[in-house]
Design a protein around this ligand. Structure first.
Ligand SMILES: [Zn+2]
Length: 379
């Protein structure tokens, strides 16, 4: 009896000693101290490089904290369903796609971010002993500059929002390179090479989502980097923000506003949007070769997409205008090929469901430089 009581006491002591050690470890958090130290170094250097005071603190958080705020548990079932309907109706994700899984996988990659007047680093992903960690801090400090010194309006369409993010993220990537003294020319040519269509960067469903997510970091960096090399300053980009992904991809500023007056009785309009040239490229390249998709998307000159919903059923209309008849011809050829790949032609429409796509009735009409795609189905 006495022996076991003594043992119990020893175990209790051991546990409390471990708890004591853990609590001391929290007080002297080596990780946090190191992070604050390098953050201050990077911040001072960035203030010199950017000629601006950047007076924001750094905070260390863990993945659980991040998931609580931005993970799938913050997405309602309704919101998830609408997003799934959008991606599935346009055949860029498989029929079993889960929007919540996509959100969690994106959030899992968070290393550092700028939010509400502070830079945050995520303990599980951020390494305060690495050069890439310092580069990431410089990147986030550029976001602090964007927030504090400029009023850059985000676009209110998918296309406009992607163009805005391209400027914001692309410029922050360049700022990170400036801090670690990378050659902008060399880094840009690396991205140019790896995004060449001949490498087939979009091999299907998974790549499509990945490319949409990383558009600002790849194509946005090319855009911001070229502007930096031309003008010698990141500030210039913020004064004249891009409005469409066409501008990011081709440098062309003008496009037209397309409005379709469609309605579906008994259905709710759940999305009224301009998807843009980059999305058009992703739509085509999910099922076609990248170079063909890029070529066919390039004549994009404006679009309107409307999605209507009744429970699990949807109807969508997507009218795309092209710059020339030839551009519309190219797109027409590509979409015919795409529908033949994922569906079976029946009269004037296709029934999709091949290659992992959902079952949907889809057709298109050509009118000069305009093409109207119509789809209906269930998810
Ligand atoms: Zn960023």
């Amino acid at each position: 009896m006495e022996k076991s009581a003594a043992r119990r006491l020893a175990i209790i002591l051991l546990i409390s000693f471990t708890a004591f050690l853990l609590s001391t470890y929290t007080v002297h958090d080596v990780y946090q101290e190191r992070t604050i130290k390098i953050y201050d170094e990077v911040r001072h250097t960035m203030e010199e490089i950017r000629h601006k005071k950047i007076d924001v603190p750094v905070k260390v958080v863990d993945m659980e904290w991040v998931l609580e705020r931005w993970g799938s548990s913050t997405v309602s079932e309704e919101e998830a369903k609408k997003e799934e309907m959008f991606y599935k109706s346009l055949l860029i994700v498989p029929s079993n796609f889960s929007f919540k899984r996509k959100v969690d996988s994106e959030v899992a990659g968070f290393m550092a971010f700028y939010w509400k007047d502070a830079v945050y680093v995520v303990r599980e992903n951020f390494d305060p002993y690495s050069n890439s960690g310092k580069e990431a801090l410089a990147h986030e400090l550029e976001h602090a500059i964007q927030d504090r010194y400029f009023t850059i309006k985000a676009g209110d369409t998918h296309d406009g929002e992607k163009a805005y993010s391209a400027l914001i993220e692309g410029s922050a990537v360049i700022a990170g390179w400036l801090y670690v003294n990378k050659s902008i020319e060399k880094e840009l040519s690396k991205i140019e090479n790896e995004t060449e269509c001949k490498f087939e960067i979009n091999r299907g469903f998974d790549d499509s989502l990945h490319l949409l997510y990383f558009f600002p970091y790849k194509f946005g960096t090319l855009y911001a980097g070229k502007m930096y090399l031309e003008t010698g300053d990141l500030d210039n980009g913020y004064l004249n923000p891009p409005k469409s992904t066409k501008e990011i991809l081709e440098g062309k500023k003008s496009f037209i506003k397309v409005v379709g007056n469609w309605d579906v009785e008994g259905y709710d309009l759940i999305r009224n949007d301009t998807l843009g040239e980059f999305f058009t490229y992703i739509f085509l390249s999910t099922h076609l070769s990248d170079c063909e998709a890029l070529e066919s998307a390039k004549g994009w000159n404006g679009d309107n997409f409307k999605l209507f919903r009744l429970n699990n059923s949807f109807v969508f209309f997507w009218k795309i205008c092209f710059e020339t008849e030839k551009d519309a011809d190219e797109f027409q050829n590509s979409i015919t090929q795409l529908l033949n790949t994922v569906g079976v032609k029946k009269g004037d429409y296709w029934e999709t469901g091949l290659k992992g796509t959902i079952n949907e009735i889809i057709k298109f009409k050509r009118n000069g430089r305009e093409i109207l795609i119509e789809g209906m189905g269930k998810i």
